[in-house]
Design a protein around this ligand. Structure first.
Ligand code: PLP
Length: 376
C-alpha cells in the first residue's frame, strides 16, 4: 500500500474532463488577467460562504495581509492570534505594521482558548499596550468559539478577522465561516479543502468598506476599471483567470467532498476508538468540522510516524514548531514554557491521510498499522 496524505491525482482523475474544458476555454480566450471567470468565481464563493463580498487574491497570505492593512495599524499595535498555526496567521500582522501576540490553545480542539485570549488582552491593556484586533484561526477545519471571541472583541473594542484557510464550509452554530468578524480570508493552496492548481486565495466580507479597500489593494490601488488611476499604493495580488476557472469547477464539488471528509473522519474514529493510546479529534461545541486534516494525539509520535512511513503511509505534523518558538519571532521574547498547551500538542499530534478520495480499505489499513504499533 502507498497512501498519500491527500490524493490530488485521484481527485483530478475524477474531474479531468471538466477541468480541461475550463482551462481550454481560458486559453482560447487569451484573457489571463481579470477575465470573466474571476468575477464569476467571486460571486459563487461569496454565495457559498453566505457573505456579501468575495475578492479573490493571489494566495491566502496576501488575503490576510490585505485585510489587516484595512485596519491601519500603528507601530506597536498588538494583534492576537494563535501560535499553533501556519506562519501566515502572524506574518500578516507584521506586514500590516503591527506586532503579533500569541495565545495558547484549548488542548482538546487545538483552537485558540478564548479565556486565555481575554486574559492576554487584559494584561496588555493593564500595561497600557495598544491592542487592536484578533486573528481567529479556524484550524484543521473547525471554527473557534466565535461568540466568545465576538464578546471579547466587543468588550475591548477589537476587530476580528477569521483566518479560514483550513475551513471552507465549516460552520459555527449553523453559520458558515466567512461571516464572523470584519472579514475572513481563505487559501486555495492545492491541498486545502478547495484547492487551485497553484497559489490562490480570497477575502470574504459583509463590510462594504473593507471590500472596496481589498479590491484596490489587490490591484495596485486601482479603483475598478481605472487602469492608471491609483488611489492608494497596493499590491499585484490578483487571482489568475486560469485558477478562477479551475476553482469554479471544484467549488461545485466542495459541499459533497466536505461531506465525504466528515464520513471518512467518522470511519477513522470507529477504528481508532479501540486503541487506548490514541486521542481522537474533538469537534468543538457548536462546530461543524470539515476535516482539512484528521489529527490524532499520541505518545511516541515520532516513532509512530516512522512506523507508518515504513508501511507506505504518509503523515503530517501541523505544526512541529509553534510560531512563538520560531527564529522569526525570537525578537518577541517568548521561550519554551510560554504556551504550554501549544508546545505539548506540537510533540504529540499526527495527521493521518484524509480527503474525499481515500477508501474505507485504506483507512482500515492505516488504523491497523497504528494499532500494531501500540501493541508492540
Ligand atoms: C494555508 C494557510 C494560510 C496561507 O495560505 P497560502 O495560500 O499558502 O498563502 C494561512 N493560514 C493558514 C492557517 C493556512 O493553513
Amino acid at each position: 500500500m502507498n497512501i498519500p496524505l491527500m490524493n490530488l491525482k485521484a481527485q483530478y482523475a475524477k474531474i479531468q474532463d471538466e477541468i480541461q474544458q475550463a482551462v481550454n476555454r481560458v486559453l482560447e480566450s487569451a484573457n489571463f488577467i481579470m477575465g470573466p471567470d474571476v468575477a464569476e468565481f467571486e460571486s459563487e464563493f461569496a454565495r457559498f460562504c453566505r457573505a456579501k463580498h468575495c475578492l479573490s487574491v493571489a494566495n491566502g497570505t496576501d488575503a490576510l495581509t490585505i485585510v489587516l492593512k484595512a485596519f491601519e495599524l500603528q507601530p506597536g499595535d498588538r494583534v492576537l492570534t494563535a501560535a499553533h498555526t501556519f506562519i501566515a496567521s502572524a506574518e500578516c500582522i507584521s506586514h500590516a505594521g503591527g506586532v503579533p501576540v500569541f495565545v495558547d490553545i484549548d488542548p482538546q480542539t487545538y483552537l485558540m482558548d478564548s479565556d486565555k485570549l481575554e486574559a492576554k488582552v487584559k494584561e496588555l491593556k493593564n500595561r497600557n499596550i495598544p491592542v487592536k484586533g484578533i486573528v481567529a484561526v479556524q484550524l484543521f477545519g473547525q471554527p473557534c468559539d466565535m461568540d466568545a471571541i465576538a464578546a471579547i472583541a466587543e468588550r475591548y473594542g477589537l476587530f476580528v478577522v477569521e483566518d479560514a484557510a483550513q475551513a471552507h464550509g465549516a460552520e459555527y452554530k449553523g453559520k458558515r465561516v466567512g461571516g464572523f468578524g470584519a472579514a475572513a480570508t481563505f487559501s486555495f493552496y492545492p491541498g486545502k479543502n478547495l484547492g487551485a492548481y497553484g497559489d490562490a486565495g480570497a477575502i470574504v466580507t459583509n463590510d462594504d468598506k473593507i471590500a472596496r479597500l481589498a479590491e484596490m489593494y489587490r490591484n495596485h490601488g486601482r479603483a475598478r476599471s481605472m487602469k492608471y488611476d491609483h488611489e492608494i499604493e497596493g499590491f499585484n495580488s490578483r487571482l489568475d483567470t486560469l485558477q478562477a476557472a479551475i476553482l469554479r469547477v471544484k467549488l461545485k464539488y466542495l459541499e459533497d467532498w466536505n461531506a465525504i471528509r466528515i464520513q471518512n473522519a467518522a470511519i477513522y474514529n470507529s477504528y481508532l476508538r479501540d486503541v487506548p493510546e490514541v486521542t481522537l479529534p474533538v469537534v468543538a461545541m457548536n462546530a461543524k468540522h470539515v476535516y482539512y486534516v484528521y489529527t490524532i494525539r499520541v505518545p511516541h509520535r515520532d516513532e509512530l510516524k516512522k512506523h507508518l512511513e515504513a508501511n507506505g503511509i504518509a503523515t503530517g505534523i501541523y505544526y512541529p514548531l509553534p510560531l512563538h518558538l520560531q527564529p522569526a519571532y525570537r525578537y518577541l521574547g517568548y521561550s519554551r514554557g510560554s504556551l504550554p498547551g501549544t508546545e505539548k500538542a506540537a510533540v504529540e499530534i499526527l495527521s493521518l491521510p484524509l480527503d474525499a478520495e481515500i477508501s474505507r480499505e485504506e483507512i482500515s489499513y492505516v488504523c491497523a498499522k497504528v494499532a500494531d504499533f501500540f501493541r508492540k
